[in-house]
Design a protein around this ligand. Sequence first.
Ligand SMILES: Cc1cc2nc3c(=O)[nH]c(=O)nc-3n(C[C@H](O)[C@H](O)[C@H](O)COP(=O)(O)O)c2cc1C
Length: 192
Amino acid sequence: MKKQNFKGSVMLNPTPVVLVTCKNKEGKVNIFTIGWVSTVCTKPPIIAVGIRPERLSYEYIKESMECVVNLTTKDMVKITDFCGVQSGRKVDKIKHFGLKLDSGALIDTPSLDISPVALECRVKSITPLGTHDMFLLDILNVKVNEDIIDEKGKIRFDKANLIAYSHGEYYGLNSKPLGSFGYSIKKKKKKK
Ligand SMILES: Cc1cc2nc3c(=O)[nH]c(=O)nc-3n(C[C@H](O)[C@H](O)[C@H](O)COP(=O)(O)O)c2cc1C
């Protein structure tokens, strides 16, 4: 296929889209939307997020050095978009949607009850990069809804109705898996 070259730009698509809860030193809680998020290390579990210094949430996270990364679902698309276009400086986004907060298990910052999976994180480092600062976040604890845990204790992400973000659009992950990790080299079981 003939290719066209575009100048270097952020075209890593799709990305997760998450709602981050954060708390300032006076105890005020805010939420905002993040698309620039990725796992960067398994052990210890670390994710990286890109946050613009002008966000209110940037201030809150820098004050407490912790936050919760709440995964988003099909039922949360409107909340996800709204929290990404309205600042907590003007609107109390939690009140606006009447969102229920769950207290943190290992940190002081609450998670969103509506989210099926919430990652409680502590800030490991902050690196200015340009428009955004990169926050490396240690994942200290993960809260998972019981309704997506099966009888064997496996987390059924396929039942969580998670959404992704690609080039300005939100997508549901409706389709069946196209393959499982390592399927390409898995040997077929011999018939006896
Ligand atoms: C889909 C989506 C993804 C976003 N991703 C980021 C991001 O990765 N980093 C960031 O700083 N802002 C991101 N934003 C913008 C913030 O969420 C937005 O400016 C928000 O209003 C900040 O709220 P706050 O001022 O209450 O903290 C995103 C917005 C949307 C809608």
